[in-house]
Design a protein around this ligand. Sequence first.
Ligand code: HEC
Ligand code: HEC
Length: 82
Amino acid sequence: MSRSHMPPLVHRLYVFGAIAIAVFVLIAWAVTAVSLSAKTISNLPDHDIHTAPEQCIACHQSGENAPPLPHVPLPSCGYCHR
Ligand code: HEC
Ligand code: HEC
C-alpha cells in the first residue's frame, strides 16, 4: 500500500494511528520498567500484599523507622511492590 494511493484524509489517519500506537507502546514499556524496578516487599516481615494502600502510606509517612515514600502516594502499591 503506497501512500500516494491513499486519499489525504486516510493518509493522515494512518499516520495518526501509527503515532498513537508508538506512544502507547512507549508508555506501556515505561510503566513496566518502573514497576519492575520497585523493591520487593514479600520478603519483609509484616508486609502483607493485602494491606490497604492507605495503611502503607500512613505507616510510611509516620516518620518512624519506615523509609518515606520517594514518590507521590499512588492509589495502589502492589502493582509495583510485590
Ligand atoms: C506498620 C508499619 C508499616 C506498614 C503498614 C507498611 N510498611 Fe513498608 N516498611 C516499614 C518498615 C519499618 C520498613 C523498613 C524495614 C526494613 O528495612 O527492614 C519498611 C520497608 C518498606 C519498603 C522498602 C523495602 C526495602 O527493601 O528497602 C517498601 C518498598 C515498603 N516498605 C512498602 C510498603 C507497602 C507497599 C506497604 C503496604 C502493602 C507497606 N510498606 C506497609 C513499615 C511499614
Ligand atoms: C508505578 C510503580 C510504583 C507504585 C504503584 C508504587 N511504588 Fe513505591 N517505589 C517505586 C519505585 C520505582 C521506587 C524506587 C525504587 C525502590 O526504592 O523501590 C519506589 C520506592 C518506594 C519506597 C522507598 C523504599 C526505600 O527503600 O527507600 C517506599 C517506602 C515505597 N515505594 C512505598 C510505596 C507505597 C506505600 C505505595 C502505595 C501507596 C507505592 N510505593 C506504590 C514504584 C512504585
